[in-house]
Design a protein around this ligand. Sequence first.
Ligand code: BG6
Length: 515
Amino acid sequence: MSVAAVSEGENPLVEGLERLPVAPTTLVIFGATGDLAKRKLLPALYNLAHEGALPERFHLVGVSRKEKEHEDYRAECEQAIGQFSRRKPDEDVLKGLLEDIKYVPGEFDEDSVYTELERVLDGFEKNAGEKLNRAFYLSTAPNFFPVIVEKLGEHGLAQHEGTEVRVIIEKPFGTSLQEALELNRRVLDVFEEAQVFRIDHYLGKETVQNMMAFRFANGMFEPLWNRNYIDHVQITAAEDIGIGSRAGYYDHAGALRDLIQNHMLQLLCHVAMEPPVSFTAEEVRNEKVKVLHAIHEPTLQEIPEIAVRAQYAAGHSGGEDVPGYLEEEGVRPGSTTETFAALRLEVDNWRWAGVPFYLRAGKRLARKITEIAVTLKPVPHLAFSQDGSLGVKPNQLVLTLQPNEGVTLQLGAKIPGSRMRIRSVNMEFLYGTSFMSQSPEAYERLIMDAMRGDPTLFTRNDEVEAQWRICDPILQAWSQTPGPRAGGLPQYKAGSHGPSEADDLLLDDHHWRAI
Ligand code: BG6
C-alpha cells in the first residue's frame, strides 16, 4: 500500500510534526477487533498515514477470534477510524490505508492461524518483490500473550532472514511480580530482548517526553531539583469516568495494577531520574531502573501507613447520577477491587532521601486531570509584616499532562496597593498556545518507534520487574483485608475528590491538591 499524505496547510504557524523514516513493514495486530484496536491503534495508523509517516510500503493484518471476511474487517476499521480519529478522515488517505488490509480469523492457540498468517505475510512479500520487516502487536487479553508468542516461535515467525521482526506487548505485563517474571521468561525464550517492545502508553505522550526536555534542557531547575530545595512531589492521575464496559478486566486489576504499577511509576521515574549520559534507550532506561531500585519494597507493617485504597459509591458525575462500583455491570458481587489508590513512596538515594512522593489514581473522581506538582521548601524567613506573610506559599511547579498540557510556576507576588500583601500568581506555559499544534496521540509515536526499532519509550524487562517489586507486597496485603461491607475498604462518592482516608498518608502540613 502507498498512502498520499495530506498537507495541513491552513496555518503557517503550525509546527509540522517531525517523523523519522521507517523500513517497509507489515504490522500484524492480534486482538484486531478489540476495544484498544478500535479506539487507539487504527486511528493512530490513520493519522500516521495522513501525515505520510507510514513506510512507503506498509501492510496491515488483523488477527482475531471472530469469523469474518477481509471486506467486513475493512468496513469495521473504517467505522472505528471515523469514530475515534483525532482528525476527520480524508477519503483518499483512508482508502489507501484500508485497501489491502487482510484479516485472519481463529483462536490464538490454533496452528492454522499461524499457517494462514505466514501465507499472508509471504504473499505481501511476493507482491512487493522484497522482504518486509514484521511487527506483531499483541493487543489481546493478557492471558493470550504467552501462547501467541510461543506459537509465533513454533511457526518460525519470530525471525525472518534479512529483516527485523519485533513483538509489541500491551499492558498489563502480568498481574503480579511472579507472573511478570514468568511472562518475561516465556517471551525471552522466543524473542531477544531487543525485539520486544512493552507498551506503557504514557511514555508516548508528548508531555511525558517534555519532562526530560524541561529538566535537562533548562539550567534553571536542575540545581533546585533535590532534597535541599524540594519539599514533596505529588503525582495525580484522576479520571472522571467509571469502568465503562471493562469490568471483566478492571475487576481483576484495580487502580494500583491499572495505573500506578505502570504509568505513575514511570512518571515518578521521569521526575526523579538522574540526567542520562545520552538519550539512548539503554542509558535512559538504566537511569529509570536506578530510581525504581531506590524505592524499597514496602514491608507488611508499613503498608497501612503508606498505602490507601478505596472504591467509588454511587454519586453524581458528568451531570448525571451514576451507580457505585459494586452496581456496575460485570463487577463481582462484594468485589474488593479498589478504584482509587494512593501511595507515599520515598526514593532513597543521595538526591531524594526524605522527600515524600505522593501518588494517587482513581476512577469516578471530580474531573480528569493528570499532573505532577513539585512543591519547594518554604523560604527560611519572612520579613514582611504579619499581613503580608499570610499570603506567602511555597513555590510550586505543576506539570500538567492532561487535559491542558503545560507547565505552571506558582510565585508569590505583591498585591498592588500601599500595603505589602502577597498572593500566589501563576506563570504559565501552555503547549497549545506555544506550538499551535495538536499533540499526536501516544500510540502514533509508539507504533512508529516500535516499527523503527527504537525501544527508548518502551519498558525494559528489568524495569517492569522493578515496578512489580514495589507494588506486589501492597497487593498481597490488600488481598488479605476485608471488603467494603466488612468495613475494610473505604468508599468515596462518585464525582468527589476521593476518600478522606487518603489524607492519612500525608506528612507534616502537606495536603492533596484539589482535583
Ligand atoms: C489505561 C488504563 O492504561 O490508561 C485505563 O487501563 C485508563 O483504565 C487509561 O483509563 C488512562 O489513559 P489516558 O491516556 O486517558 O490518561
